[in-house]
Design a protein around this ligand. Structure first.
Ligand code: 6PG
Length: 236
């Protein structure tokens, strides 16, 4: 495992360490700039991190929270990452944060790129922190293996947001239409955290660390990036 791999005894310990690291990074950012940017993912693993952060003393009114990726569903519909973030992070003290969603009007994810791109352009970049997850299939954000749109997502010099059509799998569920931040949107982020839990994900991570096509396990784009230096928070 790389030096940046930190194993914790349990999910609680990993969540506490990550929440603490995020709070410190955000505090430093707010000391230096008017606003800070926090990128957040869905999935069940980060929920305890968000619950801890939501009650942490920070000048939340100066923090922009932005989704890493979204299923092409409306708020209120099953699968909405925006709803999940509202429920778990944007409560308590963190309710003061400004939230940037990725979903917009339009039938397909590609219809919303201009609108969402304009929303993102209004934020402070590079982002300060990113909380990312990983699936057993080696995806992160909505960078699914061999998805349509994956090239655009992994291009370091393209847009900050792109549309994805994933190959249906047990991991994607029915939600194959996605909108996702790109590798370019992560460029320069100060704390890029990959939060993973369980032996299956540890095995997937070990596989992703071996040489191989990025299309097979797109998390490799993060792991092999020259400067992103993702910090891996793992617990059983
Ligand atoms: O968009 C999705 O289909 C999921 O949100 C997915 O990206 C999830 O984040 C990872 O699979 C990790 O999920 P868990 O944390 O629940 O294992």
């Amino acid at each position: 495992m790389p030096e940046t791999f930190s194993p914790f005894e349990n999910s609680d310990a990993a969540s506490a360490a990550l929440a603490d690291a995020l709070a410190h990074t955000l505090q430093d950012a707010l000391a230096a700039r008017a606003r800070a940017t926090l990128i957040v993912s869905g999935g069940s693993t980060p929920e305890p991190v968000y619950r801890r952060l939501s009650v942490t003393d920070l000048d939340w009114a100066r923090i922009d929270v932005v989704l890493a990726d979204e299923r092409w569903v409306e708020p209120g519909e099953e699968g909405s990452n925006a709803d999940f973030i509202r429920r778990t992070l944007l409560t308590g003290k963190a309710a003061q944060a400004r939230f940037t969603e990725l979903k917009s009007a339009g039938a397909r994810p590609s219809d919303g790129l201009q609108t969402t791109g304009a929303r993102l352009a209004a934020l402070n970049w590079p982002a300060d922190c990113a909380v990312l997850g990983m699936g057993d299939d080696g995806h992160t954000l909505s960078w699914f293996p061999h998805a349509d749109g994956l090239d655009g997502a992994l291009s370091a010099d393209g847009a900050r947001v792109t549309a994805i059509t994933a190959r249906p799998s047990a991991v994607t569920g029915p939600w194959t239409g996605r909108i996702t931040l790109t590798l370019r949107a992560l460029e320069g982020v100060k704390l890029c955290a990959l939060l993973i839990r369980g032996d299956a994900k540890r095995a997937a991570l070990e596989e992703a660390l071996l040489p191989g096509p990025v299309e097979d396990m797109p998390v490799r784009a993060l792991l092999n990036h020259a400067s992103l230096d993702p910090k891996i928070f793992w617990s059983p």
